[in-house]
Design a binder for this molecule. Structure first.
Ligand code: PLP
Length: 390
């Protein structure tokens, strides 16, 4: 066996990084803790708020940081979950590699050359371009139908067939042998008034397709935000992500009492160093913090390279042994410094919680305290962080 240190120094280490994962996590490496019970609870809450409509669970971006397979394993078997949706093909394949067989929708782009493999592995494409012929070719060689969801652009201007051209595409797809339109979908702009115009456009299309005798499956549009903003957008199926992870998409939604959500993960690290700064001494690059009086500070080995935002130093607090301590100085790539106060109240090795599910430490609290969105906290978690399922 090559010594670990010399292995790390060799250039091969970069390419072989996943190979390192079986090694024991250092107790000082920051980690993510996943609470599957909270995921399941949130599903119940979302289903209730959705009036019992089925949930197409969005677990893109590596399962909102928690690990796409970790999350898929918990959500897929739940009766309220009609399927899983991801944006990247590799995430869809990872779900299949894990042995999960339920419906998976790929909401991201795909190459026509990938269609055969997607079909073989039962990954449904979201379509919005003239792919009818390519789909027909795949079903012909596989001898079984291909199921698709058609994405309509009702005003977001991102992806989707423009709503004025949607009927032509739906007609073409519906006429293809072996092509089954299992759903039609759109995404809101989250502009409160314009959302309703988007919904009118989408509903008008559904009525038109019905009158033309086209079978277009379940309609879905509602992300987490929609639950708190509109009562009439549940359609046939809902499509939330963030709410399933127990986080309110905007902190102000917490007080609306629409749902009781429990964050399904925690970001933690251990105190690496505790030291006393004398009045006038500084901490951090550019001497960003200067002690006004003698004070103890603690250094945590977690930084923006792990997904803990740089702006955390603008007001976020970290919990150590049930007390909150302000982040000071500046968050660097791998370090965060917190101010402990006149007593050395924490010690090396203590667990520090950057965010979890406890009040005052929730992602919404941290996001509000330092002026970021909760999506900034969850969508940038380092891929290297150990994910420990509780
Ligand atoms: C991310 C995403 C969702 C879910 O959004 P949340 O805000 O996390 O609920 C739904 N639909 C599409 C197309 C998405 O990309």
């Amino acid at each position: 066996m090559m010594e670990r240190r010399s292995f790390l120094q060799s250039t091969a280490a970069v390419a072989l990084l996943p190979w390192l994962q079986p090694l024991r996590d250092s107790s000082f490496d920051p980690w993510l803790e996943i609470e599957p019970r909270h995921l399941a609870q949130n599903v119940v809450e979302v289903a209730r708020a959705a009036g019992g409509r089925p949930i197409l669970a969005v677990i893109k971006n590596n399962g909102y940081g928690l690990g796409v397979v970790n999350v898929a394993r918990v959500l897929a078997p739940l009766p309220q979950v009609a399927g899983l949706a991801v944006i990247k093909l590799q995430e869809a394949l990872a779900i299949r590699d894990a042995g999960l067989t339920g419906p998976v929708l790929l909401m991201g782009p795909f190459d026509e050359r990938d269609l055969a493999e997607m079909h073989a592995r039962d990954i449904m494409p979201m379509v919005y371009t003239p792919v009818g012929e390519a789909l027909e070719r795949v079903t012909r060689s596989a001898q079984r139908p291909v199921r698709v969801h058609v994405c309509v652009d009702t005003g977001l201007g991102r992806v989707g067939v423009p709503y004025r051209e949607a009927t032509a595409l739906v007609r073409d797809l519906a006429s293809r042998r072996g092509v089954v339109i299992e759903g039609t979908m759109m995404t809101f702009t989250e502009d409160e008034a314009f959302d309703q115009e988007q919904l009118r456009r989408f509903n008008a299309l559904a009525a038109e397709w019905k009158s033309l005798g086209l079978t277009t499956g379940r309609r879905h549009a509602a992300s987490s935000y929609t639950f708190f903003q509109h009562d009439n957008a549940g359609l046939d199926m809902v499509r939330p992500g963030m709410a399933l992870f127990g986080v309110y998409p905007e902190p102000r939604f917490r007080s609306l009492n629409r749902m009781t959500l429990a964050p399904a993960a925690a970001l933690r690290a251990r105190v690496a160093l505790v030291k006393k700064l004398a009045a006038g001494e500084s901490a951090g690059y550019n001497r960003a913090y200067v002690a006004k009086a003698d004070t103890w500070v603690a250094t945590l080995p977690v930084g923006h390279a792990d997904g803990w935002p740089r702006v955390a130093a603008k007001g976020a607090k970290v919990r150590i042994a049930d007390r909150l301590y302000p982040v000071i100085a500046s968050v660097s790539a791998s370090h965060t410094i917190v101010e402990i106060g006149p007593e050395a109240a924490v010690k090396i090795g203590d667990v520090a919680t950057l965010w979890d599910w406890q009040d005052a430490s929730r992602p919404e609290d941290v996001a509000t305290a330092c002026g970021v969105s909760v999506y900034d906290l969850l969508m940038h978690l380092g891929g290297h962080l150990p994910r420990r399922v509780r």
